[in-house]
Ligand binder design. Structure first.
Ligand SMILES: [Zn+2]
Length: 137
């Protein structure tokens, strides 16, 4: 699968460094690593605003869809329409649905069907894949 935004590893590394992304951001977004639970900067972050892809800046989530899933990663019950692409992930002996940024292919996390109403979805994200922006006033 190809995404509109394509860069080589060295370009993503330089871009993430320049943005002040978390040290794990490159391995998480470009090589599907998972940050350790309860360590990400957005796990207990409840300010009003928007969450963007740390790599390309695409809008992914709004803060009112974030909820405390208790799993150690920031969780949302709804993504912005068209913002996220899904792949079947058969790694680690499980069948899960991987979520990536539709624009640049950044690994974000996984989506599960045990979330709250109204969607019943739980987008379990890595903080390192996200960049929060407060509302512009
Ligand atoms: Zn992206």
């Amino acid at each position: 699968m190809t995404h509109p935004i394509q860069k080589i590893d060295e370009e993503w590394q330089a871009l993430l460094r320049a943005k002040g992304a978390e040290p794990a951001a490159f391995q998480v977004t470009r090589h599907a690593a998972t940050e350790r639970p309860f360590t990400g900067r957005y796990e207990q972050h409840w300010a009003e605003g928007r969450y963007h892809c740390v790599c390309c800046g695409a809008l992914l989530f709004q803060s009112h869809t974030k909820f405390d899933a208790g799993c150690g990663w920031p969780s949302f019950w709804q993504a912005e329409p068209g913002a996220i692409a899904e792949h079947v992930d058969r790694s680690h002996g499980m069948v899960r649905t991987e979520t990536v940024c539709a624009q640049c292919g950044a690994h974000l996390g996984h989506v599960f069907e045990d979330g709250p109403a109204p969607t019943g979805l739980r987008y379990c994200m890595n903080s390192a894949s996200l960049a929060f922006e407060p509302p512009t006033s």
